[in-house]
Design a binder for this molecule. Structure first.
Ligand SMILES: [Zn+2]
Length: 258
């Protein structure tokens, strides 16, 4: 566990970061790691001198397994309420199955091919026993943060997924962004996989407009907002890459027919 700012702690969980935030009425956890992360998170809560029951809210930034994986276990063991954007709720409930967002770069496409979330949902779900759960609260309701006495806002920041959200804290000025940005070589760059590139860019701008001092990504270390380096050139190749990929998908589909 590492202190990021006053009352904000980074707790690395299985495959992704989680963040503990001290609010006036208890603790808030942002994201939950892959299944099996709950014990490490509970240990971090104990290190802060708190009880499991002090965890009042788990905010899930988006639907991916490395962010929602331990939500069910934490809800059970702490009694915390779960919150996400309404778009992400059916994925936590298991009603909808996660599919891989599109990748914009060659590297991203390779990653997508090798470790697509479709693959995860089909294979890994069975291996690591993902527990589905009911998300109690819609993260975009103002009452969600008021209920725990947290001075901040939940900002809808789609792009990586349709229902991705960012937790923005006013004091200290911190944005916890899920997979909207990832830390790489001392910079905060765009995610490898994005459902929408234009939405990702707009969401990054929205976060920067809030003028946070520190940005906390789902993967990698928190960094000052000045370290955000989004590739402007990604806009053009993406259209080509998308078309190409769709063609490839079509080819794959039709190859079995003839
Ligand atoms: Zn993700």
């Amino acid at each position: 566990m590492r202190k990021v700012a006053e009352g904000v702690y980074r707790v690395p969980a299985r495959a992704a970061n989680t963040y503990l935030v001290e609010a006036s009425k208890g603790l808030v956890l942002v994201d939950s790691g892959l299944p099996g992360s709950e014990n490490g998170i509970l240990k971090a809560i104990a290190k802060l001198g708190k009880e499991p029951s002090d965890l009042k809210l788990v905010l899930l930034t988006h639907r991916h397994l490395d962010h929602i994986g331990s939500a069910a276990a934490l809800k059970k063991q702490t009694g915390a309420k779960l919150a996400s954007h309404p778009f992400e709720k059916p994925y936590a409930a298991g009603t909808l199955v996660i599919s891989a967002p599109r990748a914009w770069s060659l590297y991203g496409r390779m990653v997508r091919k090798l470790t697509t979330l479709e693959y995860w949902s089909l294979k890994l779900f069975r291996i690591i026993k993902f527990q589905t759960t009911h998300v109690d609260l819609a993260a975009d309701e103002e009452s969600v943060l008021d209920g725990v006495g947290l001075d901040g806002s939940v900002v809808w920041t789609p792009g990586h997924t349709k229902g991705s959200v960012t937790l923005f804290l006013n004091q200290p000025s911190v944005a916890i962004v899920g997979d909207l940005l990832r830390a790489r070589r001392g910079r905060l760059v765009e995610p490898l996989l994005m459902e929408s590139i234009s939405q990702t860019e707009a969401s990054v701008k929205r976060v920067l407009d809030l003028d946070p001092e520190i940005i906390c990504p789902g993967h990698g270390k928190p960094l000052p907002a000045s370290k955000v380096k989004i590739e402007k050139r990604i806009v053009k190749p993406v259209v080509v890459a998308k078309k190409k990929e769709e063609e490839e998908d079509l080819e794959e589909l039709t190859s079995g027919l003839f």
